[in-house]
Design a protein around this ligand. Structure first.
Ligand code: GLU
Length: 511
């Protein structure tokens, strides 16, 4: 069967070492979109072979982020398919036979060097032109390994259970070329790549061996990952060639980096410029370092997915707002740009604002309600709350903006912008509001039109332009110069609240 006819199977293969960065979630998304477009499978494989980098809670965090984004893997540790286990640490026994196979064929070797030997090598071979010497073809014969030692010596060491690792033997003068769906023809000179460790002293494979073995055993057809892995690709291509045959190798796509205001987007950029770079809040249990997430910052998952898809890819259309189903239809890996994608926080907020406008009030309700209740504002009447959401949603770029835009519907402002009223305040205006209060008090029907009529008639009677009175009224009810139509606000907060806010504001303004 040719690779074109095989069922598409892609994987996201994170190492659970911390929070998920924008780039990580974009890798998930591109894999997912591609799989769904081709009626294929999206596999989540946890690459946890490096036990020293294990971080409590990081795996659960990955599941939570995917769930938040609305992405469900077809196979994962939580939902195993026929290619399990899906955690590399649970597959430990599967890898050794491949390492042995490589040794037997002369593509890998035992290395007995101690950490001190390696340190000495780095010091001894350090030159000005080669400040960090690697364990490679130029050095390996001077180290303690099964290439430099006699087979008897090697056998003795093995019999004595001397700790060892297994390294790949990089060929001397080979050009390793492969086709990448984004970078097209990629070439590496084998002599420039070091003899990477494949199997460690503890019997665990390194990422390099595990990724190739698992992509083979899990029948992965396309491997999309961040560009930071491009330099490891020659090792992976050789392992494919030596172990399984290049015809079975997945098609590669190395996704461009996401750029921040200065170079590669980093956690530090987020902290410095005040925007999230992680999908969800993450606190590193080792250092207690906290990194803010898009979710908690007030982004909608629909918007997050949409803006991530556009970071480094374009559909070729004018349109910018896409649902995940539309993205599944439109996405193409060939349209992913080669160069880094610039993250622009203002543009990210624009996407969110557009999605807030686009979503129904019913969809926004649980999110906005949650946010209010987290700030200790209890919402008892959903119908009333939905009216408020509808009224202010055009003004909100983030879910958290709903609080400032709407909290005055639930409690009197704690502070009002007296300075905005004071310079043009007159005794006539003060009298107007006193009289307005008593007229409103007598009102039986608390409707927008009747409130407005009383207000405007009284202004005409007093010969004051209604426009000059509406701003003070707004400040009294809302606290600042924002919000929807002021009579609408009075109507919604009700008679008692309108009157009490006018009264307490008058005291402050008249002071
Ligand atoms: N475990 C690697 C990571 O953490 C996976 C890279 C790949 O997809 O091959 O990103």
């Amino acid at each position: 069967m040719s690779s074109m006819e095989k069922k598409v199977r892609v994987r996201f293969a994170p190492s659970p070492t911390g929070g998920l960065h924008l780039g990580g979630v974009r890798t998930v998304l591109y894999n997912y979109l591609f799989a769904k477009q081709h009626q294929g499978d999206f596999v989540l494989r946890i690459e946890d072979t490096d036990q020293t980098r294990f971080v409590e809670g990081a795996e659960q965090y990955i599941y939570d982020c995917l769930t938040w984004c609305g992405i469900t893997p077809d196979e994962s540790p939580l939902q195993p398919g026929q290619f399990g286990p899906y955690r590399q640490s649970e597959r430990k026994e599967m890898y050794r036979q491949y390492a042995n196979q490589l040794i037997e064929a002369g593509y890998a070797y035992y290395a007995f060097d101690t950490p001190e030997d390696l340190e000495k090598m780095r010091a001894d071979f350090k030159t000005e032109s080669n400040p960090s010497p690697q364990y490679d073809g130029s050095i390996r014969m001077q180290m303690k390994n099964s290439l430099s030692m006699s087979s008897n010596e090697v056998q003795d060491l093995l019999n004595q259970h001397t700790p060892y690792v297994i390294r790949i033997k990089m060929p001397e003068n080979e050009t390793i070329a492969f086709h990448d769906l984004i970078h097209h023809e990629v070439r590496f000179e084998s002599a420039l790549v070091d003899d990477k460790v494949l199997l460690k002293g503890d019997g665990m494979p390194t990422y390099h061996l595990a990724v190739v073995v698992d992509d083979f055993l899990m029948k992965i057809t396309h491997a999309f990952r961040g560009e930071e892995w491009l330099s490891s690709a020659p090792v992976h291509v050789l392992l494919w060639k030596y172990l399984f045959g290049l015809e079975h190798m997945p098609q590669w796509a190395h996704l461009p980096l996401i750029m921040g205001p200065r170079g590669k987007l980093s956690k530090r950029d987020g902290a410095k410029y005040g925007f999230p770079v992680f999908a969800m809040n993450w606190t590193d249990p080792r250092s207690n370092e906290f990194t803010e997430g898009f979710k908690e910052k007030g982004f909608l998952p629909e918007a997050f997915v949409n803006l991530l898809a556009m970071l480094g890819w374009n559909s070729g259309e004018e349109k910018e707002l896409y649902t995940i189903d539309e993205l599944i239809e439109k996405f193409s890996i060939e349209r992913v740009h080669k160069s880094g994608a610039k993250f622009d926080y203002e543009k990210a907020k624009w996407f969110n604002q557009e999605w807030i406008k686009k979503l129904d009030v019913d969809d926004l309700l649980p999110l906005v309600k949650d946010m209010f209740e987290n700030k200790d504002v209890r919402i008892s009447d959903d119908v009333y709350f939905k009216t408020i959401i509808h009224l202010v949603k055009e003004r909100c770029a983030l879910i958290s903006d709903f609080y400032d835009q709407a909290v005055y519907f639930f409690m009197a402002p704690t502070e009002i912008d007296v300075a905005a009223v004071k310079p043009k305040w007159t005794i006539e205006k003060a009298n107007f509001f006193e009289e307005l209060s008593s007229k409103l008090e007598d009102l039986n029907e608390w409707e927008v039109s009747t409130i407005e009529e009383i207000f405007k008639n009284l202004a005409a009677e007093k010969n004051i332009k209604p426009g000059e009175l509406q701003l003070p009224m707004r400040i009294m009810l809302v606290g600042g110069k924002f919000g929807p139509a002021v009579f609408e606000i009075a109507h919604l907060i009700g008679k008692a609240d309108t009157l009490s806010r006018i009264q307490s504001a008058l005291i402050q303004i008249n002071e």
